[in-house]
Structure formats: C-alpha cells, structure tokens
Design a binder for this molecule. Structure first.
Ligand SMILES: [Zn+2]
Length: 217
C-alpha cells in the first residue's frame, strides 16, 4: 500500500508507480547488500532525469562512522556526479528523487532538506529516529533558512523492509530486546554482537542508547 504522507507543496514531478517499483527494487538490493555485510539494512538511490546519480547503503559499522547512513553516502555521490558532469548541484537536487527502504532519520531528513531534494519515496517507518513524521517532521516543518520542505511517499514494500531489519537484529542479538543503532555509537554496534550487555562500553550516547529499543519487533 502506497500512501502519500505529506506534500502540500506539490512539485512539478512525482514518481510514477513504475518508477517507484523499479528504483525501489534497486534500493532493496542495496539494503540486502548492507545486511550481507553486517550493516543495518537500509539502501537508497537518488534519481535525476531517469538516471541514478547516487546510491548508498549503511556503512556505519564498516567505517566506524555513525553518520554514514545510506542517504549520506548517496548524497556524496550526487555531489561527485555533479562535479564530474559540470552541473549545478542545486539545480540537480531540485529535480532529484530519493528512493529509500526506510524512512530517513532526523539527520538525513535535515540533509535532504538542506539539499532541496523535493521527493522522498520510502518503505517502512522509522519509529525511533524518523525525520519524516515519525519522531520529527523535518520534511514538512516550517523552519526558516533550512532549505525546502519535501514530499514523502511511504509504504512501498514496507513489510519487506521491516523483515530485513528484523533479520539484522536477530543475527546481532538472538536472545534479548534488540537495540536500534541507526544513530548510535558504531563501536558499540560492533561489540554488541559478542556481548550480552552494553553498559560497560564508554560511549557518550550510552544513556539515550540504552533506552532505544527496536519498535518493529
Ligand atoms: Zn539517516
């Protein structure tokens, strides 16, 4: 079920069903690749004029950098693509749609907004960190000098996106309540698979992290 979550400012383009189907398929492939490589399974594509100008999946554990979310990786690629193509970044961004398997978190939603990406198509909601309505409405809030609001289309293959996340957390910690580490300390994410508790690790986010449980399960 695909539902238009928000979008009062109708843009001149909106992804068709066919486009959504096609590009989300690739985004899911990226998410699968993340899962196979021990990362939270989130994948995305940025599409401009029917061509992929950026693609990414979570690289948080691999890079030990908590900001390397799929969307940030794809945004970097978009910037490189613009440089190589000698095209103006803001004109490209204004005509670029993001297809991502999970609702962008607050950080990524802010980055997308500052980049003036007008449309985001996503799979499942991100109950703990979602920046497109689940936690904060970064996508639609009236915030001065922070780029433009963007439209969200949610729900495409949502169950599948949730299943992938569940698989990840099952393999990480088969016994207990599972911690949702999108935004948390990547070092802890690596350690969590071999330990029953996270209390001993010196992480500045520990207090918040310990209260963060994965709501999809
Ligand atoms: Zn993010």
């Amino acid at each position: 079920v695909v539902a238009v979550a928000m979008g009062t400012e109708e843009e001149s383009f909106s992804p068709s069903e066919e486009e959504t189907e096609r590009w989300m398929c690739s985004a899911f492939d990226m998410a699968k690749d993340a899962l196979e490589n021990g990362e939270v399974p989130v994948g995305c594509l940025m599409v401009y004029n029917d061509q992929v100008v950026g693609k990414g999946r979570n690289e948080v554990n691999e890079t030990r950098n908590a900001t390397r979310h799929a969307e940030m990786v794809a945004l970097d690629q978009l910037l490189d693509w613009c440089r190589r193509s000698n095209l103006d970044v803001s004109s490209v961004c204004k005509r670029t749609a993001l297809y991502v398997t999970v609702e962008p978190c607050i950080m990524c939603a802010a980055a997308l907004r500052l980049s003036n990406i007008p449309v985001v198509v996503y799979g499942c909601r991100n109950e703990r960190f979602g920046g497109c309505g689940s936690v904060l409405d970064v996508s639609s809030a009236d915030l001065p000098h922070t780029g433009n609001t963007f439209k969200c289309v949610s729900g495409h293959r949502a169950e599948e996106a949730v299943e992938m996340l569940k698989s990840f957390y099952k393999q990480e910690n088969p016994n207990g309540r599972l911690f949702f580490l999108f935004l948390c300390c990547p070092g802890w994410a690596g350690l969590s698979s071999s330990s029953s508790g996270g209390g001993a690790y010196p992480c500045p986010h520990r207090q918040e992290r310990r209260s963060l449980t994965f709501d999809f399960i």
